[in-house]
Design a protein around this ligand. Structure first.
Ligand SMILES: C[S@@+](CC[C@H](N)C(=O)[O-])C[C@H]1O[C@@H](n2cnc3c(N)ncnc32)[C@H](O)[C@@H]1O
Length: 270
């Protein structure tokens, strides 16, 4: 329903932009962008820059975009990855994958997108398939770099745990997982109470919910739980860059959400 309402709301401006040619070829119509607010192009460019600067992404890398949405990061990657590099993305929302395949893969055949039908209380209620049971459709040790931007922030603990195991399996030894979270610790809890921002008042111990009616609307995780989980999933934590969601200074933060960089230590048995 939210997606239909959005398409109707933006219909006049989308029609205008498509008639006048004002929209760039690799920018989706506003009404189709279901991944949140903000400027599609500048946000994608900013995230790519972070992946290079903080995560060490290289043009020849084979990359995996988990929860690729409607191609916000795939689009700038088309200008970054070399012919030796390649891109795989998957998401649980079919319309985003359809748009990416039609507009990105058509011009960049080394960019491939897959739709995977999994349940999420915010994004996909049409199935009961669980993310925790999903086996990523890629061979072991396939990727140099995997990323999840604003995806773990919409997943429950058992699903995050299963995805980290899958990520460890499909990454090469020494490969990078670049991801964002809402990380809870003493400081974020203290700051969160001082500002009028996003709140996580429902405390479940290792995780916190913003909205108990739509659990996956926004999920935050206790920092120590995440650190233990990264370790037990076969990752070394090499970067933790706190965002400004909780009230930390915007000027010093890298982004709104907390950015985490992990390196694969060893192959993980499933
Ligand atoms: C806030 S959007 C971010 C999209 C994209 N990563 C970006 O930064 O533009 C969250 C995305 O996560 C996807 N998602 C949620 N649960 C998922 C799951 N279990 N597996 C893969 N994608 C998932 C949603 O469909 C949605 O596209």
């Amino acid at each position: 329903m939210r997606r239909i309402a959005r398409r109707l709301y933006y219909f006049p401006v989308d029609l205008y932009e498509s008639i006048t040619g004002k929209r760039e070829k690799l920018t989706p119509p506003r009404g189709r962008i279901f991944i949140g607010s903000g400027d599609f192009k500048s946000q994608g460019n900013r995230i790519l820059k972070q992946m290079v600067e903080l995560g060490g992404l290289k043009p020849d890398d084979r990359v995996l975009d988990v929860g690729c949405g409607i191609g916000r990061i795939a689009v700038p990657l088309t200008g970054f990855l070399s012919n030796k590099g390649s891109y795989e993305g998957f998401d649980i929302v079919k319309s985003g994958i359809r748009w990416c395949t039609k507009h990105i893969s058509a011009s960049f055949p080394n960019f491939r997108f897959k739709h995977i039908d999994l349940k999420n209380e915010l994004y996909n209620l049409k199935t009961n398939q669980k993310a925790k049971d999903f086996v990523f459709p890629y061979p072991d040790q396939e990727f140099d770099f995997a990323f999840l931007i604003s995806v773990f922030t919409h997943m429950m603990p058992e699903d995050v745990e299963a995805y980290l195991k899958q990520l460890n399996r499909v990454l090469k030894n020494g490969g990078t997982c670049f991801c964002t979270f809402f990380v809870m610790n003493k400081e974020s809890k203290r700051l969160m109470n001082l500002i009028d921002g996003i709140r996580f008042d429902a405390d479940f111990g290792n995780y916190y919910l913003h909205n108990t009616n739509v659990r996956e609307a926004n999920v935050a995780y206790e920092e120590n739980y995440l650190k233990d989980l990264f370790k037990s999933s076969g990752f070394e934590l090499t970067g933790m860059h706190y965002g400004y969601w909780s009230g930390r200074a915007k000027e010093t933060a890298k982004d709104f959400q907390d950015v985490i960089v992990l390196k694969k230590k060893r192959a993980q048995k499933n």
